[in-house]
Design a protein around this ligand. Structure first.
Ligand SMILES: NC(=O)c1ccc[n+]([C@@H]2O[C@H](COP(=O)([O-])OP(=O)(O)OC[C@H]3O[C@@H](n4cnc5c(N)ncnc54)[C@H](OP(=O)(O)O)[C@@H]3O)[C@@H](O)[C@H]2O)c1
Length: 508
């Protein structure tokens, strides 16, 4: 941890970027979607921004019979197609010098021996210093075997004065039991401080801005509690369906895919207390406290809803239902929409329901956190003058159109004292000149810098499953999801769920 720097208390010149030290990144699963569309382009973008060391090395490990040049071509294509920043030949040429390929399958000892040789050579020739990050962009069932092999080949052991880290992509298990098993295997090989679990939502600027909004201002924190907040709605809505992703999604569903990780992380950041500091473990400690105090409200038939999309219209296109999508069995009960109501047993949040929902083929692509405030205890206006006044709201728009909206009542111009809702808006696009980096740029750089704050630790993952497991078990033993038409905002059972609690879903 010697090179860890507290980003909030850093006294260095803030114009000096944090540049990673000498190191090599080894990617497993280089031909996969994630590696090609996100990980490798983000590495190029970091190089382009001058945040990687000149002697950086990138090693691909895959079962193809490829040369270094073949792999470099794959990286080149993925950079050309998906990098955020402009292509610059000199940046590419420098990056390409450190690109190597090692052929092997996940369980083949010889492949890992070749990998160890290649890394030793890079350490000697390019001075990568024995610092290695192993990025597992592979099917989740292969995490244990690759970790075991890294141990067997000695690659998991950091040498004196160097580091060895493993990066794991979600899903971290499919229930509490499997998450515990996975954590136990991973932690028997890599100490927790060397394990970087990626929930890419935590790398988003708008998500980190929750911390700035809450803890760098005096305006919001005094009202951020059950004295003023009526309820919280956290939404991740997608307008796309599951064409082409059947194999991965069938049997997983919306709750496991999104609520267990992204939405519970957003909830934890929204509900947690102020961390003592932003040092290693401080942020996670506060999130752990919230997650350990959270449970799904009861009874589950009233406080949860799930749905599966059927054919409908997405904008001007006619789209098919889930069961007609390729890769789904005709009797699949996988939910594409999930909503749950949570309670957090703390002094700050007692009595405030947190509603989490996510779905595919909904009306619009949007992720937001909305704090809905209580109504004013008394309105000294004629009742007819406040008919269009709703509840005040603070909405953090995570994506797209990143920003923050405050909704409050304002007098309508004219002689009557009519009051109606208006919005006050902050938008990243107009407030800042520079574009936000991609979440993967920030997270990969943090891995290389050894800054762990934005990565969920094993206990967070386990508490999240502990919250969700009862819902998954209840759904598994209670028939099929309700249907909802594509392009709408989910099944009617989700609306009824909120009506029963005297609330309504926002229509973002
Ligand atoms: N895609 C996303 O946006 C996304 C988002 C969040 C999390 N994730 C997670 O990230 C991981 C990777 O996702 P993905 O979408 O990139 O998966 P993917 O497209 O299925 O790619 C999997 C990769 O693993 C390799 N592989 C599979 N079995 C192998 C074996 N036995 N030996 C050697 N290589 C093997 C594949 O190589 P071959 O080409 O040789 O088959 C491929 O490169 C998964 O854990 C996923 O859940 C993905």
């Amino acid at each position: 941890m010697s090179q860890w720097r507290n980003p909030l208390r850093d006294k260095r010149d803030k114009r000096m970027p944090h540049i990673a030290g000498p190191c090599a990144v080894v990617i497993f699963g280089v031909t996969g979607d994630l590696a090609r569309k996100k990980v490798m382009p983000a590495i190029y973008d970091l190089a382009n921004r001058g945040l990687l060391p000149a002697n950086f090395a990138l090693v691909g490990f895959a079962r193809r019979d490829w040369s270094d040049e073949d792999f470099a071509k794959l990286v080149f294509d993925s950079v050309k197609d998906h990098a955020r920043t402009p292509f610059r030949q000199e940046v590419w040429d420098r990056l390409a010098e450190g690109i190597r390929f090692v052929q092997g399958t996940f369980d083949d000892d010889k492949g890992y021996e070749r990998l160890a040789e290649s890394l030793d050579k890079l350490d000697a020739e390019r001075g990568t210093g024995g610092n290695h990050a192993f990025y597992l962009s592979i099917p989740p069932n292969a995490f244990p075997v690759v970790c075991e092999q890294l141990k067997k080949s000695g690659l998991a052991n950091k040498r004196e004065g160097s580091w060895s880290r493993v990066v794991i992509e979600k899903p971290f298990g499919h229930d509490l039991q499997s998450a515990r098993e996975l954590n136990s295997v991973v932690n028997s090989i890599f100490p927790e401080e060397s394990v970087f679990r990626i929930d890419h939502y935590l790398g988003k600027e708008t998500v980190q801005n929750i911390l700035a909004l809450r803890f760098a201002n005096e305006l919001y924190e005094p009202i951020w509690n059950n004295n003023y907040v009526d309820s919280v709605q956290i939404t991740m809505a997608e307008d796309i369906g599951l064409g082409g992703r059947g194999g991965y999604y069938d049997g997983v569903g919306a709750a496991r895919d999104v609520i267990q990780n992204h939405l519970l992380q957003l909830m934890a950041l929204t509900a947690m207390e102020e961390p003592v500091n932003f040092g290693p473990g401080d942020l996670q400690a506060e999130k752990i406290k919230v997650l350990s105090a959270t449970q799904v409200m009861q009874p589950l038939d009233q406080t949860t809803a799930r749905g599966q999309y059927v054919a409908g219209w997405q904008g001007s296109s006619k789209v098919v239902g889930l069961l007609e999508e390729e890769g789904f069995s005709k009797d699949s009960t996988t939910e594409t929409y999930a909503a749950i109501a949570l309670e957090i047993d703390t002094r700050r949040w007692a009595g405030v329901p947190f509603f989490l929902r996510t779905g595919k083929r909904l009306g619009r692509r949007v992720t937001e956190i909305a704090l809905i405030f209580k109504r004013a205890p008394h309105l000294p206006f004629d009742k007819t003058m406040t008919e269009e006044l709703g509840q005040n709201a603070l909405v953090i728009r995570v994506q797209p159109d990143e920003g923050i909206t405050t909704r409050f009542g304002s007098k309508v111009p004219g002689s009557a004292m009519e009051v109606r809702d208006v919005n006050m808006d902050f938008s990243y696009g107009s407030a800042f000149a520079e574009d936000s980096p991609e979440a993967y740029e920030r997270l990969i750089l943090d891995v290389l810098l050894g800054e762990p704050s934005l990565f969920p630790v094993n206990r967070e993952v386990e508490f999240s499953w502990e919250i969700l497991d009862p819902v998954l078990e209840y759904w598994a033993s209670h028939g099929k999801p309700d249907s909802y038409e594509s392009g709408t905002w989910g099944p009617s059972s989700a609306d009824e769920m909120l009506h029963r609690m005297g609330r309504e879903w926002r229509r973002p």
